[in-house]
Design a protein around this ligand. Structure first.
Ligand code: F6P
Length: 355
């Protein structure tokens, strides 16, 4: 029973309804939760829902769509259109942003989302999820492309849901990262993970090592050192995970630490990375930073990137801060042409444990 426990709505009323546009933002996040519940119900039906297999349509990313990609996109678009709280939406599954048109009412926000991330895993019943980013809309008029192209630091809220054994929604409005578990029988999201904190250190890395021959030297160096374990310069063993579902991967890191990398590679030189800035890297970067972690391309903080395109791709390295810092340092050394051994910030001149 959830009586006496904090529902998502209560949490939002208590935490943000008094801030600028706070009541509208709280209502918008309740709308997001409604779409998430619909997608959770659809995905939980599996083959019984008749939405398995592959469609013969290809999205703007060149990826073959799954029926659930399209249904999840519709769930979000319809919810936002009827909610009256956003002026426009952009999605992984739509070529261009879509301004809300009369008779629907426009609101003060823009919503950008990946309706079903990791959907290549759906038929094997592996956890998938949705990712969303909320920005401010222009004060008047119909939003144009440029209005969406705001750096991640401008996000007013972001979050993801994970459709696994349990459905969870993890959000930030800039005051920490908080996780809510769906009580399926009652239909409420209950605050189960207040103030999530990513441990600063970790022994677990996640990367698709089949791409190793395409990586840049700093990434090869870092992963090589992790794999060398106790016998290498790190002098301890590491473990590896790769689910190929970013939400599931980030959620594991939120729960127990880790580093997730989809770095720049030369597999396809037209793409500087695999993951998309506006609806994958930015919202996850905001969530991770608010939980004490880091999110970088290896050379730049993700949230500082000025976007050029709505479907722009970027390298992503995120998670436990000491490991992300180390990878960033390896990139800086490589770019400077130096190859000094890495000194942990904890032990260097300004560190806590200077000998
Ligand atoms: O949308 C991207 C995505 O499905 C992520 O969820 C996941 O981390 C990644 O692609 C997996 O990529 P790959 O199939 O190359 O391992």
């Amino acid at each position: 029973m959830h009586l006496g426990r904090t529902t998502l709505s209560k949490f939002l009323i208590e935490n943000i309804s008094g801030t600028q546009d706070g009541a509208a933002l709280a209502a918008l996040l309740v709308d997001v939760a409604a779409a998430v519940k619909a997608i959770s119900a659809l995905s939980a039906k599996g083959a019984l829902g008749g939405a398995t297999g592959t469609l013969d349509t290809i999205n703007v990313q060149g990826e073959t769509q799954k029926p659930l990609d399209v249904l999840s996109n519709t769930a979000f678009v319809n919810t936002f259109q009827l909610g009256g709280l956003v002026a426009g939406v952009a999605s992984e599954e739509m070529d261009d942003p879509f301004p809300i048109q009369p008779p629907h009412t426009r609101g003060p926000f823009l919503a950008i989302f990946d309706p079903l991330d990791g959907s290549s895993n759906i038929d094997s019943n592996v956890s998938v999820g949705s990712i969303f980013s909320i920005l401010r809309a222009p004060e008047t008029g119909e939003p144009v492309l440029q209005d969406y192209l705001q750096p991640g630091v401008k996000q007013v809220a972001a979050g993801y849901s994970v459709y696994g054994p349990a459905t969870l929604m993890v959000i930030t409005v800039g005051n920490g990262t908080h996780g809510f578990t769906l009580d399926r029988e009652v239909g409420n999201f209950i605050l189960t993970h207040p103030n999530m904190q990513i441990p600063a250190d970790t022994n677990e890395f996640a990367i698709n090592t089949s791409n190793e021959r395409f990586w840049e030297p700093p990434v090869t160096r870092y992963i090589g050192e992790c794999k060398a374990g106790k016998t290498g310069p790190r002098e301890r063993d590491f473990n590896m995970r790769w689910i190929a579902s970013m939400v599931a991967e980030v959620h594991r890191i939120m729960m127990r630490g880790g580093i997730f990398m989809y770095p720049r590679d030369t597999k396809d030189v037209s793409k500087p990375g695999r993951l998309r800035l506006m609806y994958e890297a930015n919202p996850m970067g905001f969530i991770v930073e608010q939980a004490g972690g880091r999110a970088s391309t290896g050379r730049e903080r993700i949230l500082d990137i000025q976007p050029d395109l709505i479907h722009q791709r970027v390298p992503v390295i995120l998670g436990s801060r000491n490991e992300v810092d180390r990878v960033v340092h390896y990139h800086a050394q490589y770019d400077a042409g130096s190859d000094q051994p890495y000194e942990s910030p904890l032990f260097n001149e300004r560190g806590l444990y200077r000998p």
